[in-house]
Design a protein around this ligand. Structure first.
Ligand code: SD4
Length: 314
């Protein structure tokens, strides 16, 4: 039986990432290849918040986290990776070439170099340098609410770096992607420069299988963006997929996970953003977030657009 491929990914950059992923999916390629290539396009971009162009930790060094998971519970991840352009691909190599799931820091970089990834300069992008200088002057650190307000959200957005976030403020550092291919197989990926000005050594949710990413081909997949600490707290993506296993729709499962975080955080939920996207193995899509101004991009054979899901805070 042949399935209709679907790809979804977080934030407006997801439009470009989906377009890249679609090149694989539309030619009958695997969801695994699609979710790797899709987010690589954003890791490549110096205009954005993901990859080496992203914001550094508070010591001025960009450290990258990424994960990838396929339809057979194979998974790989890296954290605290420095000066390597494509952490998602290193995560895939960890999955495919090592007996392990997760490499960090120096070891992850050494493995990447052994695998032929070039060691990049480690210089901050112009934007990141400006932001970091501002941070050093103010000396204040508070995790920020991740938002993006990209104007007319229901209209299809043409992919391309010049179209990023033309309509309003943007503050986020991650792209997460889920796809189902024509064989009905699911995969997911997540890549990030992490929360800006994080403590040195801080690892977020993005490389943690079960937190920012989980895939079970018998059920569906989920991915997260936002304040990683609160995604980790409830092992969120695994929680969403386990609910879907019990018959809950992707949409309702994302909502239940957000409500669980809100309940745990109490009033503090007003100061944080968490967003989930989910995709069932039948191709049904869902998403939910705490704050408004989260969006995600969808691409199928007939549809290409940004969607603003419902949020806990209207
Ligand atoms: C983190 N979840 O490192 C990431 C940050 C993020 O958009 O999603 N920013 O906690």
């Amino acid at each position: 039986r042949s399935f209709e491929p679907v790809v979804i990914s977080t934030w407006e950059v997801g439009v470009e990432a989906n377009a890249q992923a679609w090149k694989t999916l539309s030619q009958g390629g695997t969801a695994l290849d699609a979710v790797e290539k899709g987010v690589m396009a954003i890791e490549d971009s110096i205009n954005c918040c993901v990859g080496l162009g992203g914001n550094p930790d508070r010591t001025g060094i960009v450290t990258l986290d990424a994960s990838i998971m396929d339809h057979e519970f194979n998974c790989g991840a890296v954290a605290g990776l420095e000066r390597i352009k494509h952490p998602v691909s290193v995560a895939r190599r960890v999955m495919e070439k090592t007996p392990h799931v997760f490499l960090i820091g120096e070891g992850a970089q050494k493995f990447a170099i052994e695998q032929g990834f070039p060691l990049e300069s480690g210089e901050l992008s112009k934007e990141a340098k400006k932001e970091y200088d501002k941070f050093l002057k103010s000396g204040k650190y508070k995790p920020q609410i991740n938002i993006e307000n990209s104007g007319n959200k229901s209209e299809p957005v043409l992919p391309g770096p010049d179209t990023y976030n033309t309509g309003g403020p943007m503050n986020h550092d991650t792209i997460a992607m889920l796809a189902i291919d024509k064989h009905g197989n699911l995969s997911g990926s997540c890549t990030t420069s992490g929360m800006k000005f994080k403590m040195r050594g801080r690892v977020g949710d993005s490389p943690l299988i079960g937190s920012a990413l989980f895939v079970d081909n018998e059920v569906g997949a989920c991915a997260a963006t936002g304040q990683g600490e609160d995604v980790i707290r409830i092992a969120a993506s695994s929680y969403v997929v386990e609910q879907m296993r019990n018959g809950v729709s992707p949409q309702q499962a994302c909502k239940n996970a957000i409500e669980r975080i809100v309940k745990i955080k109490g009033d503090v939920h007003k100061e944080i953003q968490v967003a989930f996207i989910a995709l069932s193995n039948k191709g049904e899509v869902g998403a939910y977030c705490i704050q408004p101004d989260f969006n995600y991009a969808i691409k199928t054979a007939t549809e290409e657009r940004l969607i603003t899901p419902d949020s806990f805070i209207p």
